[in-house]
Every structure is written in structure tokens, then in C-alpha cells.
Ligand binder design. Sequence first.
Ligand code: G3H
Length: 241
Amino acid sequence: MRKIILAGNWKMYKTQAESLEFVDGFMPELENTPTEREVVLCVPFTNLSVMAANLQGTRVKLGAQNVHWENEGAYTGEISAPMLTEIGVNYVVIGHSERRQYFGETDETVNRRILAAQKHGLTPILCVGETKQQRDAGETESHIFSQLKQDLVGVDQSNLVIAYEPIWAIGTGDTCASEEANRVIGLIRSKLINSDVPIQYGGSVKPENIDEIMAQSEIDGVLVGGASLTPKSWSRIVNYQ
Ligand SMILES: O=C[C@H](O)COP(=O)(O)O
């Protein structure tokens, strides 16, 4: 039985005060959410401690948005896995297209980050996906297979989540058709050793399309940016029909 994981990625949004306001608004909405659905919030590093304190005793799991492969060292601006686990972080987003595009993340560093996360008991959410240009050139599958091959070297597939995020669908309102997302996710699954790895879809997920996305047979959850930022839209997403 594959796990359903609904994860919000807040990216570089929300101060601590705004995070707490969100928790107040969102928690009552979780009361009717089926317990088998895992709900995760991947928040900015600066909000992890305050969120850990405020989510204690709730079913919401905490996620970070990146992790370095070393435990400590002269790596200005980076955060290590032991620093995250000390706070009570459970998940970490790795290889998001924004990290790959703006911050020089490569498949090699993505792989190193995943291995470090797993070594410390964190569950990596590995993001893969193609650009519009690659899709138009018919390179969607080859690009994603290449990412998987490099990113998953030596990775334990029993503690892993993958998010398929077509880059052209992120933050654009231009959702990938749910049948197409389902097809690509099925192909990703066919490349894995463990076919029970939860595979999410990400890219302009919103209250209006969540029911259709979650009705697809291969899709085990979603990684949501913009629509995870307000209690109203996020609660509609976790309470999909
Ligand atoms: O990590 C989340 C994705 O980048 C999707 O972002 P979005 O829901 O704002 O399109």
C-alpha cells in the first residue's frame, strides 16, 4: 500500500509570526482529514523551530527545503542534517528546480544531499521534471530518466519520496493534464527498484484541480507551492474528495 503524502512547500514565504497565524487557521481544518494522509509543511529554515514547537502533538510533519551533505564545516549559508533532526524535522525537499536553476544544484550534489539526509533519518523529497523546451523537443522521458539515474545512486528507496514537477507548470497556473502527470509518474515508477515509493505531482496544484489529480492511479500526493500558503486553500487540498 503506497503512502499518500500532501506536502506544502512554502519556498521563501512567511515570517515566524505569519507561520503561527497559518497554524492557528489551519489546524481546525485538519479534524476531518483521513488519518492515513500524511500532511507535511516544508517551511523556511528560520521558521523550523517555532513551527516544531507549535506543531508538537499534532499530526502535521515538518519539512525543510534543502540540506547540505556534510555534518558541519566552513559552508557559509548551508544547513546540515543533524541541525534539522535536532529540531524535529522529518522531511527535506532536495533538487527542487528552483535550486537547480538559480543556485547551481547538479545531479551530483542532489545525490550527495539525499544520501546525507537518509543517513540521519530524514526522508528526502526528490524533485525531478522537464523544462518546456525539453517537453517540446520530446525529451521529457530521457531527461527525467537521466535525473533519476544520477540522483538515486546508492539511495535507499525504502525511505524516499519523489515529486514529479514539470518546470513549465510551476507557479504558472499552467497545470500538467492529470492524465499526462499520471503517465509520467507511471514511467518514473517503472524505473524504481521499490515500486511503493510515494510519487507526488507538483506544479500549479490548487483547490480547483486537486480532486482530479488525486483520482489518478499513479499519483500518491502533491507538492504544493502557492496554494499551500493560506489555510483556506491548503485545507481544501488536504481534504480532497
Ligand atoms: O514545490 C512546489 C512546486 O514548485 C509547485 O509550486 P506551485 O504550486 O506554486 O506551482
